[in-house]
Design a protein around this ligand. Structure first.
Ligand SMILES: Nc1ncnc2c1ncn2[C@@H]1O[C@H](COP(=O)(O)OP(=O)(O)O)[C@@H](O)[C@H]1O
Ligand SMILES: O=P(O)(O)OC[C@H]1O[C@](O)(COP(=O)(O)O)[C@@H](O)[C@@H]1O
Length: 310
């Protein structure tokens, strides 16, 4: 079973509009698709679509929290959340006819230290049943900066692999806890190392350097340009297939879920990367955030290439 941890859950609303987004006007929404969101729940759907058992945990609260659980039930995603006193946030993704996407991410409302302690207690038993644990996304208000450090240590003390996908100061503060895998983008790995990283050569060097610090798999995702991975068996460049992008939101989350599946199945790291990239590209071809069709992903596997670069 793959356990996904989402501290800042959300009702993700994809608004499809039929003309270009214009500031300062009234825009009517042609279609609204609601999904249980927050990065970890996109990863949960990815695990389920890959055909593996998943369990989602984290915090939910209020009416949005109830709706979120209903949306997960609709997607047949099992969940075991800690209920908090505040309302779960909403995130809005506006999709324009030309494929451009603009996201509005609400901050998460306050979570107390008692509610965090309840989650830590719950995790002790949930982690013991998991093959791989993923931790994704930002923090709601109120959580201390070392929250992921504590949760990663809890997972690693049980000898289980832990994938961390977060950003900014939270990522920087959590890296020394040595999760098994991290999935920063180019800007984020630059922030961790304290220097500007831009070319693919610089990304390769940066991924290798972070791997040397003790993170078993460092995966830097590059959107349509694919990904770079540094691990014990070498450094690899993944080339993504050319596709028609419909909604790229959640591609990285899909990648994380598919990586967890590939790890749990004991695939070689380079094969894990190819599998996870094909699923992530398939996510970009679906309008619904964090959803993809496994048949489409299978069809993209041949066009997804992984080459050793070091
Ligand atoms: N335009 C695209 N064409 C093909 N594959 C894509 C495209 N955008 C993303 N992907 C795939 O999804 C992966 C994750 O996407 P990325 O945008 O880097 O992550 P995030 O959603 O975290 O920003 C990429 O490494 C790539 O494999
Ligand atoms: O938890 P965070 O970092 O605030 O991000 C939350 C939001 O990011 C998303 O996962 C999309 O992010 P990506 O496009 O970077 O994968 C939304 O679905 C989600 O609600």
């Amino acid at each position: 079973m793959i356990l996904t941890v989402t501290l800042n859950t959300s009702i993700d609303k994809a608004y499809r509009i039929s003309s270009t987004l214009e500031r300062g006007t009234v825009m009517r929404v042609a279609e609204c698709i609601d999904n249980a969101g927050g990065k970890g729940l996109n990863a949960s759907r990815s695990v389920a679509t890959c055909g593996e058992k998943v369990l989602s945990t984290g915090f939910v609260g209020g009416n949005n929290g109830r709706l979120l659980c209903e949306l997960l039930d609709r997607d047949k995603i099992p969940h075991d959340f800690v209920k908090v006193a505040t309302e779960t946030r909403c995130c809005v993704n506006v999709l324009e006819p030309d494929g451009l996407s603009t996201e509005f991410l609400e901050p998460g409302r306050e979570v107390t230290s008692e509610e965090l302690a309840a989650l830590e207690e719950r995790l002790v038993s949930l982690v013991s049943r998991a093959d791989v644990v993923t931790m994704s996304g930002s923090f709601p208000k109120g959580l201390p900066a070392d929250t992921y450090v504590r949760l990663i240590k809890l997972v690693r003390s049980q000898g289980k692999p832990c994938i961390l996908d977060t950003s900014g100061a939270t990522l920087k503060a959590s890296i020394d806890a040595l999760p098994t895998m991290v999935k920063p983008n180019t800007d984020e790995i630059g922030q961790i190392l304290g220097r500007k990283v831009s070319s693919v050569e610089e990304v390769i060097g940066a991924a290798h350097e972070l791997h040397e610090r003790g993170i078993a798999q460092v995966v830097v995702s590059l959107g349509g340009d694919g990904a770079v991975m540094a691990c014990d068996t070498g450094t690899f460049r993944g080339i993504a297939p050319k596709i028609e992008v419909v909604n790229p939101v959640g591609a990285g989350d899909t990648m994380v879920g598919a990586f967890a599946v590939a790890m749990a199945r004991g695939m070689e790291p380079a094969e894990q990367l190819r599998y996870a990239m094909a699923c992530a590209s398939a996510n970009c071809m679906s309008a619904s955030t964090g959803h993809f069709d496994m048949e489409v992903a299978r069809g993209l596997m041949d066009g997804t290439r992984v080459e050793r670069v070091a």
